[in-house]
Design a protein around this ligand. Structure first.
Ligand code: SF4
Length: 396
């Protein structure tokens, strides 16, 4: 017999989608992908829905989530149902709280899944602000450079138990410059305990992040914590990593051509790979979207040329490694500056070894990198963006 929850339709499971963001070019919905882990078939289905109902280009965000834009307002019931049926909104109440970024390392997949499951299991954590960010990192992982509130660093280790090897060892939970070491198996709950204390300590609903709390309130977030210094590694550069491939999405856009190529490459690599470690329990390839607008393609190294032809960047010397832009006009009504079009014009003129530059249409600076970067505000031409790369860097 169907349980009450399993009998709910996809649309009933994601009430938050019924009130999408609306702009001049239509409605936008943001689909959270905790840790950026997503089955290739699910991503292909998302892109198919985007093409069927709105802008066929899907935006990958600096939190490794995806946005569908240019949708009808109100959203068609068929679209909401299809998104719900993909399992992307397991709890409408928790949807805005599922902000988890993670290093794109397969060894962290279990920690990401445990953290998301534990968050979903606690009704109180649905109150976390949409800007509150949880991070799961390897030692010196690049995701530690992102603006997280609470982080788990996997310190590795394997326990030999009856029945074979299992992951054990320890993990470090960090908040506000202090950390504690916990059993790896307890790390998700320890991080979420910090989140619960944050909710209890915040003075009002506009306190979105740990850094917004007064210093005396932050001290009590982590019991027994000691001071620590966080060192973040550099984000993975486009190119092969063993058998896998880091493929960058210029401007964070995933086009239908790119998705088709991705599906073909994964299909080919699945047939030739000796390893099934990148397959989920349904035999689907797991992609890892990163906060740096790239995707780690399992088994993709041998087919980098096909992905490059489709529009991905697979070389570390591309200007797209240092160039980003907000959505700009016409997608955003706050500006008349076509930021993306100007960025495309400027890309071949920029120094790929120079500092990062972010093109914006207004002071909100949406989508800016977390690392120091130059800003090109409301450029009138590609030359303005080139000039901006030589301007002083600013921290995020
Ligand atoms: S930075 Fe301004 S112009 Fe650009 S997308 Fe954000 S609100 Fe719109």
């Amino acid at each position: 017999m169907a349980t009450p929850s399993s009998s709910r339709s996809g649309a009933d499971r994601c009430p938050g989608l019924l009130t999408p963001f609306v702009s001049a070019d239509g409605a936008m919905v943001r689909l959270r992908v905790p840790g950026g882990r997503v089955a290739a078939s699910t991503l292909a289905e998302i892109c198919s829905l985007a093409g069927a109902f709105g802008d066929p280009d899907v935006t990958v965000t600096s939190r490794g989530s995806v946005q569908l834009r240019g949708l009808p307002d109100p959203l068609p019931r068929e679209l909401i149902t299809a998104i719900g049926d993909l399992g992307l909104v397991p709890s409408g109440e928790h949807d805005k709280a599922r902000n988890i970024v993670a290093d794109p390392d397969a060894a962290l997949d279990d920690l990401v899944a445990e953290l998301d499951a534990a968050l979903l299991a606690d009704p109180g954590l649905a109150e976390l602000p949409g800007r509150f960010l949880l991070a799961v990192a390897g030692s010196s992982g690049p995701v530690l450079g992102e603006p997280w509130d609470v982080a788990i660093i996997d310190e590795g280790g394997v326990l030999r138990c009856d029945g074979g090897a299992s992951k054990g060892g320890s993990a470090r939970v960090l908040v506000d410059g202090r950390s504690v070491v916990v059993d790896r198996a307890a790390a998700a709950q320890a991080a979420l305990e910090v989140a619960r204390r944050f909710l209890a300590a915040r003075p009002d609903a506009r306190t979105w992040n740990v850094r917004d709390l007064p210093p005396e309130a932050r001290v009590d977030l982590l019991q027994g914590g000691t001071a620590c210094v966080v060192e973040a590694g550099a984000p993975p550069a486009p190119g092969p990593v063993g058998e896998d491939l880091v493929a960058l999405l210029p401007l964070g856009l995933l086009t239908p051509t790119m998705v088709t190529a991705l599906v073909e490459v994964l299909s080919a690599s699945r047939g030739s790979s000796q390893s099934s470690s990148h397959l989920d329990e349904r035999g689907q390839s797991t992609l890892r979207l990163t906060p740096w607008r790239s995707v780690v393609v399992p088994g993709g190294a041998a087919q980098a040329a096909e992905l490059e032809t489709a529009g991905f960047v697979t070389r570390p010397d591309s200007p797209w490694t240092i160039l980003t832009a907000c959505a700009g006009a016409p997608a955003c009504t706050r500006t008349s500056t076509p930021t993306r079009d100007l960025a495309r014009e400027a890309a071949p003129l920029l120094d790929p070894t120079g500092p990062p530059v972010h093109v914006i249409g207004c002071e909100r600076a949406c989508g800016h990198p977390a690392r120091p970067h130059a800003t090109s505000p409301t450029p009138a031409s590609a030359a303005d963006i080139v000039a901006a790369q030589r301007s002083p860097l600013r921290k995020a």
